[in-house]
Design a protein. Structure first.
Length: 316
């Protein structure tokens, strides 16, 4: 999987000077200048990946890179949107081993540093919808999760996939503060058929470069038809299990965050509507654009069959 010499040499979004400094001016005026500069500095030192266009990409303009690297949720580094970019510089993403364990015939120990040099990395331009009713379009670079799981040969008893993030309070100040109320490390889960869906990606990069620390380096989950909190970052271990695993936000607030977390404009969060979303990176003199939220975030053709016969109001 690591061998090969193919190079994708067409220009990537990261190689084109973006309008992001202009579009991010309100964030800078609002006190986010330090976070933006930190995000740009970390991105500048990222490793260029060998990547090629993958299937299922949305035909949309990606969100400007500094918005993606400077505005996100990663509570391990703090609860503010710019905290990850401000506080992730002391995190060490390499060397890193990803363990594939549980109900598999061939457990795996994957060197993520070697994975970053793989010619199998695909670019997938996906919509990303946060449960907080804002959205982005992100050009991820990664490998389908199904390919990784197939190599481990799942046991016939496996019905779910459990994910564990890293626990490093010395490098992740949010894990040491106690302010979030989260029980660390962060954990997530999918049904096995969701994990094996061709859309589900293990991302190792954005914009043709390795993931910045604040975006989940060195490897994270991307499930584009689900709310962003399902995309667990800095994954240490993936286990195939028989019973539905606990997930961090469902454990913290089960009435607000379901196990499935499918994007659904017809099912509101208890404290706000999910019918529309604020488009990050679209700031003008008249404010940010809002647009209608799409069922399954626009990926219904690929995933609606996974939930046939289910009550999506009850299984939210």
């Amino acid at each position: 999987m690591i061998m090969g010499s193919f190079r994708y040499t067409l220009p990537r979004p990261s190689e084109i000077t973006p309008r992001s400094v202009y579009l991010s001016r309100r964030h800078m005026l609002g006190g986010g200048a330090a976070a933006l500069l930190a995000a740009m500095s970390q991105s500048a030192s990222a490793e260029t990946l060998q990547t090629h266009p993958g299937p299922y990409s949305a035909a949309l303009q990606p969100t400007p890179k500094p918005n993606v690297t400077g505005y996100n949720n990663f509570y391990e580094f703090g609860m503010g949107k710019d905290d990850p970019a401000l506080h992730a510089d002391s995190f060490h993403p390499l060397p890193w081993t990803l363990e594939i364990a549980g109900l598999v015939k061939k457990p795996q120990q994957i060197d993520v540093g070697a994975l970053l040099r793989s010619p199998d990395i695909e670019e997938r331009i996906y919509r990303m919808r946060c449960v907080e009713a804002w959205s982005m379009v992100i050009p991820w670079d990664g490998i389908p999760l199904a390919k990784i799981l197939q190599a481990a040969e799942p046991d016939s008893r496996a019905r779910y996939v459990a994910f564990d993030s890293v626990l490093r309070p010395a490098e992740m100040p949010g894990q040491d503060s106690g302010l979030s109320g989260i029980e660390w490390p962060y954990v997530e889960g999918l049904r096995l058929d969701e994990a094996m869906n061709p859309l589900t990606l293990l991302a190792v990069g954005i914009y043709g470069e390795s993931l910045p620390n604040q975006n989940g380096a060195p490897i994270r989950l991307v499930v584009p038809w689900k709310y962003g909190f399902k995309g667990i970052k800095s994954i240490r271990r993936i286990r195939l299990v028989e019973d539905q695993p606990p997930t961090t936000w469902n454990r913290l607030a089960p009435d607000e965050y379901g196990f499935y977390a499918n994007v659904n404009p017809q099912v509101d969060h208890p404290r706000w509507s999910q019918a529309s979303e604020r488009v990050i990176g679209s700031a003008t003199l008249f404010g940010e654009k809002r647009q209608p939220t799409l069922m399954f975030n626009g990926y219904g053709e690929q995933v609606a069959g996974l939930y046939r016969g289910m009550d999506l109001h009850a299984s939210f």
